[in-house]
Design a protein around this ligand. Sequence first.
Ligand code: ZN
Length: 199
Amino acid sequence: MKKLKVFLRVVSIFAVVFILFQNAAAQSRIDRILISEAKRITNDTFPVFSETPQGARVYSVNQPDFKMLKAIDDGLAELFAVARKHQYRNRLNYSDYTIFIAKADRTKDGNGQYSPDIAVAAAQYAGTVYDQGGYIYAAGMVLAKNPCAFVIAEHTKDFQRAADVARYEGEHLVLYHNDRKLFNKTADHSQGGGHPILR
Ligand SMILES: [Zn+2]
C-alpha cells in the first residue's frame, strides 16, 4: 500500500513536470514569433523579459522602470473596466497580453511636447497627414491579435501617457476578440478616428 502511494506520487510529479515542459516549449515558440515580428517592425532587440505586477508579459529593450510596468497595468485596468461595461468577456486578463517596450525613435512631437514614439513603415498611412516620408511616428502599434501583443515606446517620464497608450493599443485587441464589426471599423486610423473608441 505504501509502495503504491509512493509510485503514484512519482507518476504525478512526472506528469506535472511534463505539462510544465510542454507549456514552456509552446510558449517560447509563440514568443519567438512575436519577438521576430517586434524586431522587424522596430529594428530593436528585446532581451529583457519581465511581468507587470498584475501579470501582463513584457519584453523590452532595457530593464523596464517599475513605473512603466505599473503604467501598463493601469492602462489595461482602465481598458478591462470599460470593456466589462460593454458586456465584453474575452481577453480581459492581464496575462492575455504581451507588451513590447521599444526604443523611442523620437521623444518630442512637432510641438515640442514629450512624446516618445516609434517610427514604423507608413504602409496605409502613406500620403496621409501622418506620413513623415515613408514612415510614421506611432505611440504604439498592435503586433499580433492572437495571442494579443502590442508595442509601445519606452517612457522615462509622463507615465500617464504610457498608460493611455497601453489602454489604446489594448483597445484594438479587446474589440477584435469581442466586437469584430467595431474592430474592423476602427482599426485603421488613416481613415480618421482615434482613441478612446470605448467609453
Ligand atoms: Zn489605435
